[in-house]
Design a protein around this ligand. Sequence first.
Ligand code: WTA
Length: 635
Amino acid sequence: MSYYKIGDLEQYFKHYKKSVREPRKFWGKIAEENFVWYQAWDKVFDFDMEKHDIKWFTDGKLNIVKNCIDRHLSKRGEKAALIFEPNDINEQAQVISYNELYVRVAKMANVLKSQGIEKGDRVCIYLPMIPELAIAMLACARIGAIHSVIFAGFSAEAIKTRVEDCGAKMVITSDGGFRGAKTIQLKNIVDDAIKDLSSVEKVLVVKRTNEAVQMKEGRDLWLAPLYEVAEESNVAQIMDSEDPLFILYTSGSTGKPKGMVHTTAGYMIQTAYTFNNVFDYKDDDIFWCTADLGWITGHSYILYGALLNGATTVMFEGVPSYPNPSRFWDIIDKHKVTQFYTAPTAIRSLMTEDYSYITGHDLSSLRILGSVGEPINEEAWHWFNDFVGKKRCPIVDTWWQTETGSILISPLANVTPTKPTYATLPMPGIQTVLMDELHNEITGNQVMGSLCIKFPWPSMARTIWNDHERYVQTYFSDFPGCYFTGDGALRDEVGYYRITGRTDDVVIVSGHNIGTAPIEDAINQHPAVAESAVVGYNHDIKGNGLYGFITLKVEGTTRDRENVKKEINQLITSHYGPIGKLDKIQFVEGLPKTRSGKILRRLLRSIATNRLDTFGDTSTMINPEVVQGIIDERQ
Ligand code: WTA
């Protein structure tokens, strides 16, 4: 029997059991039957759980891009691989066939090589959602360079931290990017970010907006002239299963972002497998995931998972509200999209618009809807189901993380009965458990706890770039022997999981992970600010908003507070990026603290979310007198 495609619920349970009882056989068969290898692996996995050294498909040799493109050429060379829908409705969409994608990736790969990029070098990519972004990622993977995509909404400082941390030799960017009615000057931001960084030897610049940019002699190069003369074929680099494929940064609850390292074979196999089963993929499907390629969702499902299956994947440059809030629905009808995978925050914002924006649309091409990035609330789920899916499309609520590489808990479309707000059942191979505060596994159903996974899976991140210790500390120290997700979850009477949200200092704002520590660092740069604490609170559209509690220095108390608020948000924008701006700011006399000087964030979270009944134990507090004032002046 083939383990790749799950046909019905009974088969799902069979595959699940097999994957737990005989994981080597299960994953080994999937790897063997569905991918091309230069050399077979030795062991399906090899773990040293003392050192948290995790290997899958040891000594296997392959190239993921050969699996994404080359092997499809004989059968579906003329099939559309990428459909690019530009920001501007007057600009033509581009349809890029697998044949054309091969040539474009080969040329880009040859350009990178001509500029001295070799296997193992890090290349940071800071591009808008244009085909060159996908092509640059694939070109890196083809020659064995490690890509690290930085979301094009991040500020210069955020880029600097990432480029510096991974020691990138090259940055690929563009003159600018179009986003709705705005133009963003990406090259200028990169210039600012890397001015003091010695590792960056070359900056490759794609032309998109045609605005004037400064080109630094010897460092900066326009892509076009190099691309024009580049050879149209390229021999893919032979990679080891465990060679890093990419680094992607995600927020931690403290300090600098974590460079999650994903390796080649395990990531390839599990993104392909989950893409196929979660979205019930069929040959003629047109798959559209609305994420940005700068996030893991884009990496795994716009790009790798889709191309590995020989699918047609849509890339949209713009935003859902431009030129008006019917843009998503226009695109679905225009390209006859069959799977539409988006985030609850987008749904919540579109459902507040006039119904006429959606009701005039056909949407009959749709077969399957997907949600990702944060819990989907009941109201949004029903709106998605009623207005977009017209009650005939299953909704897959997919739970996973940058660290997990691929979807771990989700219904399988047309296989698993769905239940609003539930991510339902773990994928085969994923041994989910709930743990209590004493670190014991909670068995049985109708229970709640910390969501952990007790057996490694192929697409898990192997380490944090340059900081294995932090990897072990962050993911494996809370619940020894288990990977801790940082999320809480409940398991209902039939074993379905519902994610209840983060249990640490990460806040999911509009589906983006925001660590509160770097935001506080930015706020604290303001000369009038003494101290700050940022927590999340319920927000109708964004899921969570950011609420800052701030104490001012004595000399700061006389300043115009509205101005200080504005300046604080400007600081956040420049040090972190606009996605970290505070929705609410409250100046307080003092922040509640424990005797050891730790800010009691739990208490501030209760105040911000208006849940004064969830204060919990406050006996360790050193300054209880500040609390009433904070409550009275709550925003
Ligand atoms: C949250 C995004 C509820 C969760 C793929 C997780 C979700 C964090 C869901 C990872 C979902 C993601 N339901 N919560 N379906 N999907 N999350 O790394 O808190 O950007 O830990 O990966 O998003 O966010 P990340």
